[in-house]
Write a protein that binds this ligand. Sequence first.
Ligand code: ZN
Ligand code: ZN
Length: 140
Amino acid sequence: MTYATVLRKLSEDGFRQTKARRAIIELLIVSKNPLTIAEILRKLSVEFSLAVDKTTAYREISFLLEKQIAREIDFGDKKKRYESNIGDHHHHLVCTNCGKIEDFELKQDLQEEEKRISQNKNFKVTSHSLEFFGLCASCQ
Ligand SMILES: [Zn+2]
Ligand SMILES: [Zn+2]
C-alpha cells in the first residue's frame, strides 16, 4: 500500500482527512526510523508548518493504530515510537549505545511459531514485534 492508497481507503470508509492526519501518515511512511510523539510534533511544525497539539497527535496516532496504518514499537526505553505498518514486515536492530535504529528482515519470519502458538496455546496471533539490541558497527 502506498500513501495514495491509504488516503483513498480512508475516504472510501468515510473517515475525515484532516491536514494533521494526512501529514502524520506521510511522515510515518517517509521516515526511516520509528518516531516518538515529540518527534512527530516537531516534524509537523518544521516540515509541514502545522501546529498540532499533543492531544490531537495522540488521538491521530491511536486512530492510525486502530486502522493498522501505524504500529507501535517499544525499545524498552520508556518511549513509545510509531512507524508505518503498510510497507514490508521487518524488525529492528537497536544500538544501545548511540540509539541508531536499523530495519532488518528475518530470512525466515515467525509464521511457523505463530502457527505453533495458535495450536498449542489456543491463542490467535494477529501480529508480532521483535527488536534486536546490541552495538552498531561504530560503537563496537
Ligand atoms: Zn551505535
Ligand atoms: Zn516478523
